[in-house]
Design a protein around this ligand. Structure first.
Ligand code: TPP
Ligand code: MG
Length: 318
């Protein structure tokens, strides 16, 4: 078993154990606090960009920590955790929100239209599944150029009705493109439950025949996601595309401007709240010997960093 401490994009993750889980805890908290902060900014009319919160799905983002710096990511519109995992910061996002220096979108837009290509983060699209062919094209270029990098392609399970996605999966399989497919499988397409959209909840029966190695992952368990992504990246780099089907649950609404009604959502949500990925990581850290005070300090650091960063960006943009 290779040492995971040597194999990650950020290059500074501790080996498996409480200290490493604490890094996942920090990253997940950062995403949750950031999205709540942005929703609040929108409510106060300080920005015009809406947020599509990933509340409850934060552990999926840990998959991006298993990438190498040369790898690229095509996120879904709800992949904020993956985006943070790839190293895009709250400050990078704030600059886009206010149209600050070097902003590509000049403050007019939603985050999933933003991209940070120099950091390997490509744009998603409002047309669900629309970013899949772009990702396959990028992976084809990596393959033709003999580059060592891979492409991570993320999609929500409700995007599975998009024809673009199916055509792309076929090509990835036939051409053995270096693609790591991440499904944010929260069982919903906006407000429609999975069984109104497809016959099987899991993606394996659909994706495996295209030539992918497929794994179901507990998408609320950051350690499980990380280990699966690390192994998956190696398989992709060796020439076989992989799907990680991350089972999770969106505990929040569709977006900062639209809270869709979901039948039976409250009872279901209460069940999933017991498996909140951030609470799970915290519990694991405590069991691993970390103190509650140390974990509270991480949370306090993250909470303090956001308003400070927002103020810096806002002042610079004036
Ligand atoms: C091509 C296209 N068809 C329909 C829509 C409308 N739409 C927006 S989000 C969405 C569902 C996406 O489901 P999923 O990716 O699972 O996201 P979740 O609701 O779980 O966050 C749909 C159908 C769209 N944006 N693009
Ligand atoms: Mg979904």
């Amino acid at each position: 078993m290779p040492d995971t401490a040597e194999k990650n994009a950020t290059g500074h993750l501790p080996p498996p154990g409480a200290a490493r889980t604490a890094e996942f805890y920090r990253m997940m908290l950062r995403v949750r606090l950031f999205e709540a902060f942005c929703i609040d900014l929108r409510k106060k009319n300080e920005v015009i960009g809406n947020t599509y919160p990933s509340l409850g799905q934060e552990a999926t983002g840990v998959a991006a920590l298993a990438l190498e710096p040369q790898d690229v990511v095509f996120p879904s519109y709800r992949s904020r955790p993956i985006v943070f995992g790839k190293g895009i910061t709250a400050e990078d996002h704030f600059i886009e929100l206010v149209g600050g220096r070097d902003s590509l979108l000049e403050g007019r837009e939603v985050f999933h239209h933003c991209s940070w290509p120099k950091k390997g983060l490509m744009p998603a699209s409002s047309m669900i599944g629309g970013w899949a062919p772009m990702a396959a094209g990028y992976a084809l270029a990596q393959q033709l150029d003999g580059e060592p990098g891979i492409t991570m392609l993320c999609f929500g399970d409700g995007s599975f009705g998009a024809g673009d996605l199916h055509e792309t999966l076929n090509l990835i399989g036939v051409w053995k493109l270096p693609v790591l497919l991440i499904c944010e499988n929260n069982g919903y397409q906006v407000s429609a439950p999975w069984n109104a959209m497809r016959v099987q909840r899991g993606m394996t029966p659909y994706v495996e025949p295209h030539g992918f190695e497929c794994h179901e992952v507990d998408g609320n368990d950051a350690d499980a996601v990380y280990e699966a992504a690390l192994a998956a990246r190696r398989t992709v780099a060796s020439g076989k595309p992989v799907l990680l089907d991350c089972f999770t649950y969106r505990m929040g609404g569709y977006s900062s401007h639209f809270a869709e009604p979901r039948t039976g959502h409250e009872a279901e949500k209460a069940e999933w709240e017991k498996r909140d990925p951030i609470a799970l990581a915290r519990k694991r850290c405590l069991e691993g010997g970390m103190s509650a005070a140390a974990l509270d300090a991480i949370a306090a650091d993250e909470a303090a960093a956001l308003p400070a960063s927002w103020e810096r960006v806002r002042k610079a943009a004036r």
